[in-house]
Design a protein around this ligand. Structure first.
Ligand SMILES: Cc1cc2nc3c(=O)[nH]c(=O)nc-3n(C[C@H](O)[C@H](O)[C@H](O)COP(=O)(O)OP(=O)(O)OC[C@H]3O[C@@H](n4cnc5c(N)ncnc54)[C@H](O)[C@@H]3O)c2cc1C
Length: 836
């Protein structure tokens, strides 16, 4: 065994084997993999081997698409069969909501490049003659989909990696990992290996591996079962006649998948009530472990399956597989750098690991070898969860993520498990005002407000005759169901509209306490920020600027509102969901010999946003400070009193009105809240929520990460010209790469689109954009702009089609709408309201 290597990959399941292969493929062939038992002896061996291309996320969709293509190429490269049966995959729909989900998904598929066919029930019957199509509305088919033999795939990956110089040590258990000045020392029961990088791919052992380096990894597995049946005469007869396999059948509304297997069938079920397992990790001797089958839990799904494919009820059960499947709170894996550690990489939490292994290994290897992935990995970034995602939270959320695999993934869906976990002090006050809460990074935030008497009519609440079509958000504490989920304009549409118009005409109050907040103070702070961020850093005390941290390839990694509070003192604000991500970047970029300090003060400060033409009048009643425009201009901040409390007040906001962000000691929040409500009464102050904010930011063409801005688009493609100062004297991350990109020429340009004729559905992001029927781009956000009375979409399209006035088409839920590229900020383009 080597005592030194560039990289040690821990874990010989399909995910570790793929990471090893791709590192070697990228030219890092001094790489080794250590596996405590045999390859595949964790979760991989018992996987059903399905390769679902379907995924609502653009980035995960790209990873899956890569895998399916790559596995076939691997077979030719290594000469080993991976047992890929490209039998196609059919997903059934029993409700119109489900069809809308597929129509929405088709946008993701088209922009990622995945083939999708829409099928009628009779077409389903042609492909799956044993399927009873009663009650079906339609289906989608992925012709390239199918299943693979997970063991064969892992063996082929291992062979491919070995051919490229990688080494694999089986029956070698990692017992400890020590940090060293030049990297890591990986201690195993067969000896130690010094290395520069560690990649953790340890499946159900993720938390134990994390504990070796002080990480609380947000992965706890859940039990997952599938049933293998005896052969069925009809399937045998089809085989004897040389007929094709009927493909993988997914009955999304009933939560199961079914496929042929050796003349019989495999029925895999995402049941309600599946428990987390291995809470304290698997036992040291665990190998190829299965749990006792739990048939009772599967019963409603088996009944549903027998209704759909009666033949299933005509054969005996050969075996039940009940194994551990790794989960994270949102069901996506964690792939990327570990927070707080250098050169420690995570490739964990894979619940569709057979499918994702190829793409995850590919992108992780790019990240490690080239410094950045080429696919936007924000949806799987390990730092999208914070310290709150600890054992108890994981247990509740991971079980929820598992049982929700097949639910309809409505764009505004909110998940209730483990909430309310993190609440701002004003939470109860907002609740009393009618807040319907949503969640970000564990925080509760008002999404919109509803009157105390409103509830959905009973006939709108019913979820139909399907098992899992949850079409309402969690009820309020008093039991009222107030939100009906939909891909179309949902019942909150008029409420949110009223909030926007109120902010436009009077004044609104928004809780943004979830914002991430950091401070940078001490000698050299200003120079450091100047060398880190691509805009000029505010030089005058009290000035506020919007500054981006570019990715090394010239895309956008993070966005900060930077407020200069004193000499070499800065206050940075970024999105609530990005706290750990952004903090990690700040920490890792801080020079070892820095004289300044950085602090994460996210939970010390609350943020209340007062916005609208009357906001100044409200706040002026509470402060001795002169808030007139002459004395307090847009893009400035002031430390002022708010009644008896104090706050740093920033004249910025994300809604495009006169407005003030009040950053205050969190313990003073309710005092400030009450004073604002009292002072605002005469101006008809009302609360508003995130959905109204989102609509208003669309009208201002304000970009978000990872939508309009991401590492996949050059910062200048995202239209950040006025925030990117390539003429700055100093260097900053991504500067040269962005200049090189510009020299090569940009492919895409940011656009704001007015969508014509949309009356019951708006773009949500991920819709395909066309010109004369040819795909030219994708929407990254969309919605209705209530202040301008127009349906809008933001997106990136090929440069040739980005001119203002360019006529385009956008496909929303299967309907093609005409759209026109309009000038940025269709609401108040001159920013008169902001500057007022
Ligand atoms: C019943 C069932 C059906 C499934 N069906 C599908 C499917 O159809 N399609 C799909 O995409 N996914 C499916 N999955 C999920 C899939 O099995 C997993 O996502 C995938 O196997 C994860 O691979 P992995 O390499 O991350 O983990 P594992 O296969 O568990 O590998 C982790 C490895 O790390 C090793 N290890 C851990 N700690 C150490 C250490 N300290 N030192 C050395 N080695 C260590 C372990 O021994 C283990 O071999 C299914 C899962 C289950 C339970």
């Amino acid at each position: 065994m080597k005592s030194q290597a560039k990289v040690v990959v821990i874990g010989g399941g399909v995910v570790g084997a793929s990471a090893l292969y791709h590192l070697a493929k990228k030219g890092w062939n001094d790489v080794v993999l250590v596996e405590r038992k045999e390859l595949t002896s964790g979760s991989t061996w018992h996987a059903a081997g399905l390769l679902p291309l379907f995924n609502m996320s653009y980035s995960v969709g790209k990873l899956h698409q890569y895998s399916v293509a790559f596995y076939q190429a691997l077979q030719s490269e290594t000469g080993l069969s991976v047992g890929f049966s490209q039998v196609s995959n059919i997903r059934l729909a029993c409700t119109e909501d489900r069809m809308d989900e597929y129509r929405y998904y088709a946008g993701v598929g088209k922009t990622v490049g995945v083939d999708i066919n829409f099928l009628s029930p009779s077409q389903v019957k042609e492909i799956w003659p044993m399927c009873n199509t009663d009650g079906l509305i339609g289906a989608i088919q992925h012709p390239q989909d199918g299943y693979i033999q997970p063991n064969d795939l892992t063996t082929a990956l291992a062979k491919g990696a070995r051919n490229l110089g990688a080494e694999i040590y089986r029956h070698t258990c990692v017992t400890a990992i020590q940090s060293r000045a030049d990297g890591w020392l990986v201690e195993t029961d067969k000896g130690d290996i010094a290395c520069q990088h560690v990649v953790s791919c340890t499946g159900s052992f993720a938390r134990q591996t994390g504990a070796m380096v002080g990480l609380d990894i947000p992965v706890i597995p859940v039990e997952h079962q599938y049933i293998v049946t005896e052969p069925h005469p009809e399937i045998l007869a089809r085989k004897a006649r040389g007929l094709p396999e009927q493909g993988v059948l997914r009955d999304s509304d009933a939560g199961y998948y079914l496929r042929e297997e050796a003349g019989g069938m495999i029925l895999g079920i995402y049941e309600r009530g599946a428990p987390c397992c291995y809470l304290d990790g698997p036992a040291a001797e665990c190998e190829n472990e299965l749990f006792q089958g739990e048939l009772d839990r599967l019963e409603p799904h088996i009944e549903a399956c027998i209704h759909r494919v009666p033949a299933f009820g005509e054969v005996g059960i050969k075996q039940i597989y009940n194994g551990a499947i790794a989960y994270t709170p949102d069901g996506n894996p964690i792939v990327g750098p570990a927070w707080g550690l250098r050169n420690f990489w995570l490739n964990e939490g894979h619940s569709f690991g057979i499918t994702a292994a190829g793409g995850a290994g590919w992108q992780l290897a790019e990240w490690m070898v080239r410094g950045e992935p080429s696919v936007d990995m924000m949806g799987v970034d390990p730092r999208r969860f914070g310290a709150y995602a600890a054992r108890g939270y994981l247990r509740e959320k991971n079980e929820e993520a598992y049982r929700n695999v097949f639910i309809n993934h409505f764009p505004d869906e909110e998940r209730a498990a483990a909430s309310p976990l993190k609440t701002a002090p004003c939470y109860d006050r907002m609740k009393a005002l009618g807040a319907v809460f949503g969640r970000v990074y564990g925080w509760e935030r008002p999404n919109w407000f509803v009157s105390p008497t409103y509830q959905l009519p009973a006939d709108e609440i019913g979820s139909g005759d399907v098992l899992l079509n949850k079409n309402t958000s969690p009820p309020l504490a008093d039991g009222r169901v107030v939100e009906k989920n939909s891909f179309r304009r949902a019942n909150y549409f008029p409420f949110v509209g009223a909030e926007c118009l109120h902010v436009q005409s009077k004044v609104g109050l928004l809780d943004m306490s979830a914002f991430s907040k950091f401070c940078v103070a001490g000698a050299g702070a200003e120079d450091w920020l100047e060398s880190l961020l691509c805009n000029r850093i505010p030089k005058t005390i009290g000035r506020v600027g919007l500054c981006h941290l570019l990715s090394l390839n010239g895309g956008v990694r993070a966005e900060f509102t930077v407020y200069k509070t004193g000499d070499n003192q800065y206050y940075l604000v970024s999105a609530g969901s990005m706290e750990r991500h952004d903090w990690d970047y700040l920490c890792k970029n801080k020079p070892a010999d820095a004289k300044f300090s950085i602090g994460n003060i996210t939970t010390k400060n609350g943020v209340l946003v007062l916005a609208g033409p009357k906001s100044r009048a409200v706040l002026q009643k509470l402060t001795d400070s002169d808030l007139s425009n002459d004395n307090f201009k847009w893009l400035n901040g002031k430390f002022i009193n708010v009644g008896a409390a104090q706050a740093n007040v920033l004249r910025v906001n994300f809604v495009g009105e006169l407005g003030f962000e009040l950053h205050h000691p969190i313990e003073m929040q309710n005092y400030i809240f009450d004073r604002l409500i009292e002072a605002g009464a005469e101006f008809d102050l009302k609360p508003f929520g995130i959905r109204a904010m989102d609509s208003m930011r669309l009208e201002k063409s304000y970009r978000l990460i990872p939508r309009e801005m991401s590492i996949e688009y050059a910062a200048l493609e995202s239209g950040l010209d006025r925030f990117v100062r390539l003429d700055k004297e100093c260097d900053f991350p991504g500067k040269q790469a962005l200049m090189d990109w510009r020299a090569r020429g940009f492919e895409n340009a940011f656009v704001t689109l007015e969508v014509h004729g949309a009356s019951d559905a708006d773009a949500k992001g991920s819709e395909a954009i066309y010109h004369d029927g040819q795909l030219v781009g994708r929407a990254t956000s969309g919605g209705y702009g209530y202040r301008i009375g127009k349906s809008l979409a933001l997106g990136l399209v090929q440069c040739a089609f980005a001119e203002i006035g360019s006529p385009l088409e956008i496909e929303i839920l299967g309907t093609m709408y005409n759209a026109t590229v309009v000038a940025e900020s269709p609401y108040d383009p001159q920013n008169h309201a902001l500057r007022a």
